[in-house]
Ligand binder design. Structure first.
Ligand code: PLP
Length: 387
């Protein structure tokens, strides 16, 4: 199998599993208990907090463990909106965010909040002038993703943070696609809150973290036993947290070298596809883009049909379309970038990871062009165009 869908999830690193195993078997104590046996679980959790903090350039007490990117995003957005409701009820985000952000914002709109969804340019970069004009006295939070999961465009986070600081507005970034892939320093970026998820960088699924800068208050979503210093109640997912910690530790050591190696593979794939398949449109920013991500539109055919044909060849990829209520909706990200719906329907999205090899890239370059050719021969749009 050739797996090129790492932005959806990455395989669990064997070394991460090894670190987790004792906490799934012998070390089953509840970290909140008082006896010495509980201290072993507690140490596992606190060591992990240290590794995550180190990866982000944060302090350990600025890290709260969650059940993943979705919970971190929801906590940041609803938690700030509700905490500072007396100050104002206006939130700003962008049109290309993950649904964990967009749907949290839509929920707040139903609760009486006002949300502005910023436009992006043809590369998926947020409009900073529009951001400056949109911030008003009632604005309490701006939430803009660090890199987009579909097209890989990296947003100008430092500039956005500067704007927010000037206007005294909190700034959250969804860094689910960047943590473990590119170097991140929360102080250097200037963000107040940052979301991450373990399974995007070779950790386990169902665990993540939220960085909250010292002094920033977030209303908790979950109430209960007051775990995580009252910020997120619920007995800790100890094995998952230990796995996240180990994934973070490995990323601190290996991420830079991997980034370079994967970039070379992605570039080879991009060049090959552009040369071998006519009428291709590469999506995302030419330079400010995750080095593992390649998203392109293949005109006159459907992304879903390409995926099925690739699956027959044991190649796992993605397309921006989401199957909702029986109809194939084109990606909201590509539409926001001004790509017409009929072109967006033909999108294919490959995201590489550390297990991919040059031989696999060669295989995709061998298999994909004939699939496209075959589908185009069956496409009425292609037939019409060739007439
Ligand atoms: N944010 C982004 C940008 C993502 O890509 C994802 C997952 O695809 C999430 C949030 C949600 O993360 P999780 O799957 O850990 O809930």
């Amino acid at each position: 199998m050739i797996y090129m869908d790492h932005n959806a999830t990455a395989p669990l690193d064997k070394r991460v599993l090894d670190k987790m195993m004792p906490f799934l078997t012998d070390v089953y104590s509840n970290p909140s208990s008082v006896y010495r046996f509980a201290q072993e679980s507690k140490k596992g959790v606190e060591d992990a907090r240290g590794f995550v903090a180190q990866l982000l350039g944060a302090a350990t007490d600025e890290i709260t463990f969650t059940s993943g990117g979705t919970e971190s995003d929801n906590t940041a957005i609803k938690g700030i909106a509700l905490m500072y409701r007396d100050k104002g009820n206006h939130i700003i985000t962008s049109k290309i965010e993950h649904h964990a952000v967009l749907h949290a914002c839509e929920f707040l709109e139903k609760q009486g909040f006002e949300v502005t969804y910023l436009d992006v340019d043809e590369y998926g970069v947020v409009d900073l002038e529009q951001l400056k004009k949109t911030i008003k006295d009632e604005t309490t939070l701006v939430s803009i993703m660090h890199a987009n999961n579909e097209v890989g465009t990296i947003e100008p986070i430092k500039e956005i943070a500067d704007i927010c600081r000037d206007k005294k507005v909190y700034f959250h970034t969804d860094a689910v696609q960047t943590v473990g892939k590119i170097k991140i320093d929360v102080k250097d970026l200037g963000v107040d809150l940052l979301s991450l998820s373990a399974h995007k960088f070779y950790g386990p699924k169902g665990v993540g973290a939220l960085y909250v800068k010292k002094g920033v208050k977030v209303l908790p979503l979950l109430h209960g036993g007051g775990h995580e210093k009252g910020k997120r109640s619920g007995t800790e997912n100890v094995a998952g947290i230990v796995g996240l910690g180990e994934a973070a530790r490995l990323a601190s050591e290996e991420q830079e070298a991997q980034e370079k190696r994967i970039a070379a593979l992605r570039d080879k794939l991009q060049t090959g596809i552009t040369e071998k398949i006519p009428e291709i449109k590469i999506n995302g920013h030419p330079e400010q883009r995750l080095t593992n991500t390649l998203n392109f539109c293949i005109r006159h055919i459907e992304g879903e049909s390409i995926l099925i044909n690739l699956d027959f060849e044991d190649i796992c990829a993605s397309s921006g379309s989401a199957c909702t209520s029986g109809s194939l909706e084109p990606s909201h990200v590509l539409l926001a970038m001004g790509i017409p719906a009929e072109v967006a329907h033909g999108s294919l999205w490959l995201s590489l990871g550390k297990q991919n090899t040059e031989a696999q890239v060669d295989k995709v370059l061998e298999v994909l062009p004939p699939i496209v050719e075959k589908l185009r021969q069956m496409s009425p749009f292609w037939q019409h165009k060739s007439r």
